[in-house]
Design a protein. Structure first.
Length: 343
């Protein structure tokens, strides 16, 4: 009888050794240890044995069962390791391969210069105020001293959405909005953004362009403060060599008003097609805030004075990069755009 156990044990251990994967090992387990397996059928013979033989027989079957279980357990661990390693090998990622490169677009010169202008003024302690591209007539004109039928509206007459709403013609309505918001307290803001107006479309004019508005309100400001601020801006933007000039001008919302020109990059001031023979390119309008505008927007003119400016973003970019035609900003020609740095 015990030699039968030995034979079964030998066969079982041999089958376990020969199992090459977990499913083969499962089959071996079923053969010996399942409900219909060899070990259970050996145990079922117990009831037919003589009482004095039962103990030794039972022990023999249990030992056989234990040996098979242990061997199955050991082999199961080995085969599980083999399976895991095989899986890891199959799924191996070769991290030495070069990564995928994505073609990123260069920065658009409009945004390069808009950011650079902003940086210069942030460095002087200005903060950025947001404005609306769709603006009320009241803020775009009336609160800036251009009531209905004022002739100065003609210079910027624009794209109306309805009688009282238009695409803003300049960033100056931000002045009125900020003054209304901060009533009668000092202000030092810039506001970059897009503006739209009915205008010639030529080398230096577009019906859509960008401006950076600036507004400072404090006690005892003078034209000298404005001049020093713009002089510093121009030197930081173009370097000390390019010449600038202040030209007396007129805006209903500033008094006195000036226009600032920079010597033409194409001809160095001699006169060419780009500067229409003048040798200069206008980059911004500015002036001392008209006291009437301060008053209309809630400021005490006995206490406060202000200066303001509106810088043309494309004009500055044209001078900085030597761009001959403003229309290039809006033609999306990659040969033009690819010349600018990536970020
Ligand atoms: C204004 O728009 C005033 N709001 C500026 C201002 C602000 C004056 C605060 C006083 C105080 P002007 O129309 O001149 O002014 O435009 C300002 C700048 O925008 C110009 O100097 C020029 O650089 C740019 N610009 C004007 N029109 C065009 C155009 N059609 N295409 C491209 N740039 C333009």
């Amino acid at each position: 009888m015990y030699s039968e156990f030995e034979k079964i044990q030998k066969e079982a251990l041999n089958s376990i050794d020969l199992a090459l994967d977990l499913s083969m090992l499962d089959e071996v387990k079923n053969t010996y240890l399942s409900k219909k397996g060899i070990v259970v059928s050996l145990m079922s013979r117990l009831k037919d044995l003589a009482p004095e033989d039962k103990k030794a027989y039972g022990q023999g079957v249990n030992e056989l069962k234990k040996v098979i279980e242990d061997a199955l357990f050991d082999r199961q661990r080995v085969l599980a390791d083999v399976a895991l390693n095989q899986k890891l090998n199959e799924e191996k990622i070769d991290i030495s391969l070069p990564g995928k490169t994505f073609n990123t677009a260069p920065m658009h010169p409009f945004h390069l210069i808009k950011d650079e202008i902003s940086e210069i003024f942030l460095g002087m302690g200005y903060t950025i105020a947001e404005g609306n591209e769709i603006e009320e007539d009241y803020f775009n004109f009336t609160l800036l001293n251009m009531p209905e039928n004022h002739p100065a509206r003609d210079m910027q007459d624009s794209f109306y959405i309805n009688k009282n709403t238009l695409l803003r013609t300049h960033t100056s309505p931000v002045q009125a909005r900020e003054m209304q918001k901060h009533k009668n307290t000092p202000l030092k803001i810039i506001s970059p953004g897009k503006v739209y107006r009915r205008d010639d479309d030529d080398n230096t004019h577009s019906h859509q362009f960008g401006q950076v508005e600036g507004l400072v309100i404090a006690e005892s400001l003078s034209l000298g403060h404005l001049k020093a601020t713009l002089d510093l801006f121009v030197k930081k933007m173009f370097g000390p060599k390019r010449e600038i000039r202040f030209r007396a001008s007129y805006f209903p919302f500033t008094e006195p008003s000036v226009e600032v020109d920079v010597s033409c990059h194409e001809c160095n001031g001699k006169g060419c097609a780009t500067c229409k023979g003048t040798g200069w390119i206008e980059i911004l309008g500015a002036g001392m805030v008209n006291p009437h505008v301060l008053e209309m927007n809630g400021y005490d003119i006995q206490k406060f004075t202000g200066f303001a400016f509106g810088i043309g973003i494309e004009r500055v970019a044209m001078l900085r990069f030597g761009i001959d035609d403003i229309r290039r900003f809006y033609q999306n020609d990659v040969r033009f755009l690819d010349q600018f740095p990536k970020r």
